[in-house]
Design a protein around this ligand. Structure first.
Ligand SMILES: CCCCCCCCCCCCCCC(=O)SCCNC(=O)CCNC(=O)[C@H](O)C(C)(C)COP(=O)(O)OP(=O)(O)OC[C@H]1O[C@@H](n2cnc3c(N)ncnc32)[C@H](O)[C@@H]1OP(=O)(O)O
Ligand code: UBL
Length: 273
């Protein structure tokens, strides 16, 4: 029995020691902590969402947003947001952003507008308590392996956006990417905006490579710049305009990504790919 009491005590001594001496340990510890803490937060949030809304409801995103906002401090991250005024747009719109890591959830919750939820891969629904709270928050799940299914879910979403006056956040790269640049954009977000005839608001996260390097197993403290760009109108556009709309958004976001990542790199050391 006495020995059992020693275990937490030993851990309390060993963990800070390893945190100071091994960057690989810090990497795994922070990653484990992030997932575990989000799971715990979701476990607490689930009954709150059910009590507030009785089930799946986009208003639950307010609870989720509130619960996630402090997590950045626990991981040693800080956000510098610019362009807040561009989110002061009435009615429905589509937010698009680049996607580097599951840490993007922290930036998303930092600026998530009211009545805004996201499009996510369907596999996320199986992520335990996190999956359930995502469902309660009205997240729209798509099957990326079946384009026809994904297209029909997104067509329904375009209708819901207008009927229920909601906003949708889409990651047009379609997958996480940390290659120091943006991946070519998938078309779904642009069809969605054109079908609903709503504006697109691009949001750019600066490169994480000055604090988070998956291959090198580094997860330091750092600053993430979040730049909200002016809205792009889609009124009067048709599906014929989707390709040029996607190209225009890509060019604007890529320029902003290189700009804000470069300014972080200059102040914090080189970006490593
Ligand atoms: C308290 C704790 C709480 C924790 C809470 C945590 C909250 C978490 C929230 C955050 C979750 C974040 C999750 C992020 C993700 O899961 S990212 C991955 C999923 N998202 C996406 O994939 C979106 C982007 N993808 C697309 O938009 C794709 O286009 C897709 C619809 C999926 C289709 O895929 P694919 O076939 O690979 O793409 P293409 O773009 O090449 O399209 C093929 C052709 O189809 C045409 N197309 C596409 N979409 C449509 C449409 N909606 N309507 C009509 N036509 C469409 C497209 O134009 C192509 O045809 P052409 O080549 O142009 O002829
Ligand atoms: C039953 C237990 C299952 C455990 C699963 C753990 C799930 C993670 C839990 C908490 C992490 C915090 C919230 C993360 C939400 C992030 C969603 C995300 O970033 O998904 C990746 C997706 O965009 C693209 O996927 P791919 O890059 O194509 O792959």
């Amino acid at each position: 029995m006495d020995v059992l009491w020693m275990i937490p005590l030993l851990l309390l001594m060993i963990i800070p020691l390893l945190m100071c001496t091994s960057s690989t340990f810090v990497f795994y510890f922070k990653k484990f902590f992030y997932v575990a803490w989000m799971m715990v937060l979701a476990l607490i949030g689930i009954p709150l969402c059910i009590l507030k809304s009785g089930g799946r409801d986009i208003e639950n995103m307010r609870i989720i947003r509130f619960m996630v906002r402090h997590v950045k401090y626990l991981l040693g991250l800080r956000f510098e947001v610019s362009g807040w005024e561009h989110l002061q747009t009435e009615g429905p719109y589509v937010v698009i952003s680049n996607h580097q890591s599951s840490l993007d959830v922290l930036g998303l919750m930092e600026i998530l507008p009211d009545r805004c939820t996201t499009i996510a891969k369907k596999e996320l629904i199986y992520a335990g308590t996190v999956g359930l709270i995502c469902w309660l928050g009205g997240i729209v799940f798509i099957n990326r392996k079946k384009t026809s299914d994904a297209k029909s879910v997104m067509a329904d979403a375009a209708k819901t956006m207008l009927d229920d006056q909601i906003r949708l956040w889409v990651f047009p790269e379609g997958t996480r990417n940390q290659n120091g640049d943006l991946l070519p954009f998938k078309k779904g977000a642009f069809h969605l905006a054109v079908q609903a005839q709503v504006p697109i608001i691009p949001v750019v996260f600066s490169s994480y490579s000055n604090f988070y390097l998956r291959k090198e197993k580094q997860f330091k403290s750092g600053i993430i710049r979040l730049k909200i760009l002016p809205k792009i109108e889609t009124k009067g556009m048709t599906s014929d305009d989707v390709a040029s709309l996607s190209d225009k958004s890509f060019d604007l976001m890529r320029a902003a990504f290189l700009d804000i990542s470069d300014s972080i790199t200059r102040s914090n050391g080189p970006v490593r790919h």
